[in-house]
Design a protein around this ligand. Structure first.
Ligand code: PMP
Length: 461
């Protein structure tokens, strides 16, 4: 009887999904006519999701790189509940603030590298990157250099889906046909050694990719460039790990030309790389830093721009209204969840554990995949990683259709109840930071089984 009800519910939800729901980043013809709607996820516990058919799924992506503390954390639910009873909402406009908003600001200032002492809140990574664009331009006006308004970013970057954040991003399909990028947004080559490094060593290539930033600054004129923005490790673009030489050189170049350095830590922040922030991993001190996702482990929407004391100081000294903000900037319930989330991250020692235990275990297990005929490279840092699928390992060459192998492998993983993601022909993953060693084994073993099936399908077994 229960089974019957469940089956009915699944059919009903899928039908509603088909008839009324426009899912983000979806091909509506495929999803609504061929696939007959979406898989319905009804519950989560630890690293596992459960669908409406009762299948247990290992979530190797932590949702969308965000559920760092795993599913079903009562402490986080309770922090939202308590705050909602006390004060569910009030804004931070017009000379008001709420206790969780300012207490979280203090905590973030304490955690963030360098002099990133101030916080401007939003509800999503996209919003915070839009806030960076507005704030950087506002800052340069206040600093007496209003012509500094251009932004430089990278091909394959992902900074969000709003008009400005998608302009900062370097995803062609998000821009072509949508009137993007907006004016003033420029892109340079990403530090993707595996695809673009050719015969150079990773370190040589890292310097070359950093120099592309300098060339772009000189081409535009340093007096017109407001900021360079980059994810410490590029996530949605394929988990692209920069060579060690890259970030220090980019920082040196930004300082030389008085260009603000902005780190998009939406994925890397809060322990993902085995460091609290990716900027620490790569030894940089950005002028601004965007945070989201892991800030609440995705339990409520929240994001932040961390702003350095020298930038905020100029805005305070010069005065004039910063005409920008959101209804939910500093939402008290979301901030309360973030405080509880960070406190658990610390209590459970998850950043150190990622750095010293689970991260190294994942790295060691991934190395074993290198003997597979489809695997050209494996890379990981903490609990974010990637596996490159290639046609010819020696030549590092791909198939003609650049997303076939990845899609096939992703579908095999999904069919065996493991969620990984394919970016072109790169398999990427970022499991919850609470993942156990045995669950990492399960993830990598599951990936190998899916790689075998993919190889068979491509006639490469
Ligand atoms: N920056 C990065 C690095 C991201 O990965 C994402 C989301 N995947 C965003 C920004 C945008 O965040 P949101 O989807 O919350 O707007």
């Amino acid at each position: 009887m229960t089974e019957e009800l469940n089956r009915n519910s699944t059919a009903r939800w899928r039908d509603l999904d088909v008839r009324h729901h426009l899912n983000p980043f979806s091909d509506y013809r495929t999803l609504k006519t061929r696939d007959g709607g979406s898989r319905i996820i009804v519950r989560g516990e630890g690293v596992h999701l459960y669908d409406s058919e009762g299948q247990q799924i290992l979530d190797g992506m932590a949702g969308l790189w965000c559920v760092n503390l795993g599913y079903g954390r009562e402490e986080l639910a309770r922090s939202a509940y308590d705050q909602m009873l006390e004060l569910p909402y009030y804004n931070s406009f017009f000379k008001t603030a709420t206790p969780p908003t300012v207490e979280l600001a203090e905590k973030l200032a304490e955690l963030a590298p360098g002099d990133l002492d101030y916080v401007f809140y939003g509800s999503s990574g996209s919003e915070s990157n839009d806030s960076v664009v507005r704030m950087a331009r506002f800052y340069w006006q206040k600093a007496g250099k209003p012509e500094k308004s251009n932004f430089i970013s990278r091909t394959y970057a992902y900074h969000g889906s709003t008009m400005a954040s998608a302009s900062l991003g370097g995803m062609k399909p998000m821009q072509q046909g949508y009137g993007l990028p907006l004016e003033g947004f420029h892109h340079v080559t990403p530090p993707y050694w595996y695809d673009f490094g050719g015969d150079l060593s990773p370190e040589e290539f890292g310097l070359q990719a950093a120099r592309a930033v300098e060339e772009k600054i000189l081409e535009l004129g340093p007096e017109t460039v407001a900021a360079f923005i980059g994810e410490p490790i590029m996530g949605a673009g394929g988990v692209l790990m920069p060579p060690e030489s890259y970030w220090p050189e980019v920082q040196r170049i930004c300082r030389k030309y008085d260009v603000l350095l902005v780190a998009d830590e939406v994925i890397c922040g809060f322990g993902r790389t085995g460091h609290m922030f990716g900027s620490e991993r790569f030894g940089i001190e950005p002028d601004m830093m965007t945070l989201a996702k892991g800030i609440t482990s995705g339990y409520l929407p929240l994001s932040a721009v961390m702003v350095s004391a020298h930038i905020a100081g100029k805005l305070i000294e010069q005065g004039g209204e910063f005409a920008h903000g959101y209804t939910y900037s500093g939402h008290p319930a979301a901030c309360a969840v973030a405080l509880a989330n960070i406190s658990l991250l610390e209590q459970e020692d998850l950043v150190r554990r990622t750095h010293e235990e689970t991260g190294p275990h994942l790295k060691a297990r991934l190395q074993e995949l290198l003997d597979h005929p489809l695997v050209g490279e494996v890379r990981s840092e903490g609990l974010i990683g990637a596996v490159e699928l290639v046609k010819d390992k020696q030549a590092r060459s791909r198939w003609d259709d650049k997303s076939t192998a990845g899609q096939i492998c992703r579908d095999h993983c999904f069919a065996s109840n493991i969620i990984l993601r394919a970016v072109r022909d790169t398999m990427v993953f970022s499991p919850p930071l609470i993942i156990e060693m045995s669950q990492i084994d399960q993830l990598v073993d599951g990936l190998r089984a899916s790689l075998d099936r993919t190889a068979a399908e491509l006639g490469r077994a």
